[in-house]
Design a protein around this ligand. Structure first.
Ligand code: C2O
Ligand code: CU
Ligand code: CU
Length: 499
């Protein structure tokens, strides 16, 4: 417990957190909490006293919407991967990177049925790639390791949007450098829109009643050097800053004034490893409308939304009074952040009365997997090496390759042979959860996913159908979305061949 900077600091600065924190430390007095804070906090005594006296507020920054041009039926976006500086820890300048800016990237809006073209220039001094996480697109356009491009080059993928309304994201995916590049800020959201009745009925005015929330828990030393590998994580004296849309929320609660009674939030956990659970500070429910691969069959009241690294979800809130959203961070690696952060207070300033939500948002036919092809996937560890099906996937040659054919329907058992938490992610097609640690899924787990938690020693069964795209050169990836696990080899290739 004592190596836990974030939790201790929040426990000191906010009454609610203090109560929650002490609840988890039965019998340990407040003095002990203070002592832990003094030993591990990055704050000086003067700063700590200030933090204890008041919580800061700042206005929520909404990432820009990336402007596009449309000619001859093709919508063109322009992105540049570039380096810069940003305050990941308040008051400390970090070297960072982003798309078209110093940190994070603008939000892209794609529309189902459109053809998009992206001109992406690499202004970094290293190779990069840009992967469209969760998009159902050809392997050659997917932005995996085979699509890495060198400094100074421009990569221009083009594809038709087949996806229905959902929340995706984009980030680098070159071999061995994914964690480093993502934690320095290279991540952005993608909103896919469609013409469905559900989409028409839900809030969709970007930045007004449709709000992206990119949450991250990073690891940094006191000089602002962001860590991304085992050496860095074990270097000691680290802080675990929590950010929302690029702003540190360790001691700051962001504010958003809602000019509509109903607001839709799209949450992305872009952390390299930690799990982030979003909940209301007042204990109320969130109305979840979508998992990461589209709408649920109907809006579902949930007490919290647990997002493993790489995961997304959408929810709406109909507000008459202000509500504070909290991010509960659970460590996902050797060390990591943990604690409860009041990251956003939403204050309504609206008088409209929204229509009832549609009783049906989506039709999800559950797969009958009785005739599906079964496959076993193991998540393995041997010392510092991570592997899938026994192969350490640090190079294209060394990684396991799963061969399948276009049109095939499969049920995969993913077994975690390690004691560590993993976040299983599959490119190309969404999957349904068939079993989670031997239990049938319920509630929002009946939705569509591309990334799901596999606890240490646990297993999940997932089912999917490989539709639309085959290629005998370019491969999709499947991997752990704890980025350093991916870089250390917990990645395999998926080749979908023409049948
Ligand atoms: Cu978000 Cu293969 O990654
Ligand atoms: Cu992906
Ligand atoms: Cu992992």
């Amino acid at each position: 417990m004592t190596n836990n900077t974030g939790k201790t600091r929040k426990a000191k600065s906010k009454g609610l957190h203090r109560r929650q924190f002490l609840g988890g430390m039965a019998g340990v007095g407040l003095a002990a909490v203070g002592a832990a804070g003094a030993a591990f906090s990055l704050l000086t005594d003067a700063e700590r006293n200030t933090a204890g006296a008041a919580t800061n507020t700042a206005t929520l920054t909404v990432p820009d919407l990336l402007e596009a041009t449309t000619t001859d039926g093709t919508t063109t976006f322009t992105l540049a991967a570039q380096s810069g500086t940003s305050e990941v820890i308040s008051g400390v300048t970090s070297s960072t990177a982003g798309y078209n800016q110093s940190y994070l990237g603008p939000t892209m809006k794609w529309t189902k049925g459109d053809t998009v073209l992206l001109n992406i220039t690499n202004n970094l001094d290293d190779d990069t790639s840009v992967h469209f996480h969760g998009a159902h697109i050809p392997a050659e356009m997917d932005g995996g390791p085979q699509n890495a491009f060198a400094a100074g080059e421009t990569w221009s993928p083009t594809f038709e949007i087949l996806d229905e309304a959902k929340t995706l994201w984009y980030h680098p995916h070159a071999l061995g450098t994914t964690a480093e590049q993502v934690v320095h800020g290279m991540a952005g959201m993608i909103i896919v829109e469609d013409g469905s009745d559900a989409s028409a009925a839900l809030p969709s005015e970007y930045g007004v009643d449709d709000i992206p929330l990119v949450l991250q828990c990073l690891a940094s030393d006191t000089s602002g050097d962001i860590k991304y590998n085992l050496t860095g994580y074990l270097s000691g004296s680290l802080a675990y800053p929590v950010l929302c849309n690029g702003t540190n929320v360790d001691d700051t609660t962001l504010t958003f004034t809602a000019t509509k009674t109903r607001t839709r939030f799209r949450v992305l956990n872009a952390s390299p490893s930690d799990i982030i659970t979003v909940q209301r500070g007042d204990g109320g429910t969130l109305t979840q409308i979508a998992t990461e691969q589209g709408y649920l069959t109907s809006a579902t009241e949930v007490s919290s939304i647990r997002l493993v690294a790489g995961g997304r979800a959408e929810f709406v809130m109909d507000l008459s009074d202000a509500v504070t959203l909290q991010a509960v961070v659970t460590t996902g690696w050797v060390r990591g952040g943990s604690g409860t952060y009041d990251f956003l207070t939403v204050t309504p300033d609206a008088s409209d009365t929204p229509d009832d939500l549609p009783s049906t948002l989506n039709t999800i036919e559950r797969y009958d997997t009785s005739s599906f092809t079964a496959r076993e996937i193991t998540l393995d560890q041997d010392g510092l090496e991570m592997a899938i099906n026994g192969s350490v996937g640090t190079t294209m040659d060394s990684m396991a390759t799963i061969m399948t054919t276009l049109g095939s329907s499969e049920i995969w058992t993913i077994t975690n042979n390690t004691m560590l938490e993993h976040s299983f992610h599959l490119h190309d097609v969404p999957f349904q959860l068939i079993e989670i640690n031997g239990e049938e899924p319920t509630g929002v787990d009946l939705g569509w996913f591309d990334t799901y938690e596999v606890v240490g020693g646990g297993s999940i069964k997932i089912a999917m159908q490989f539709t639309d795209f085959a290629d005998d050169t370019y491969m999709y990836m499947l991997h752990c979305h704890l980025l350093q696990h991916e870089d250390e080899g917990m990645m395999a290739a998926l080749m979908v061949m023409e049948s």
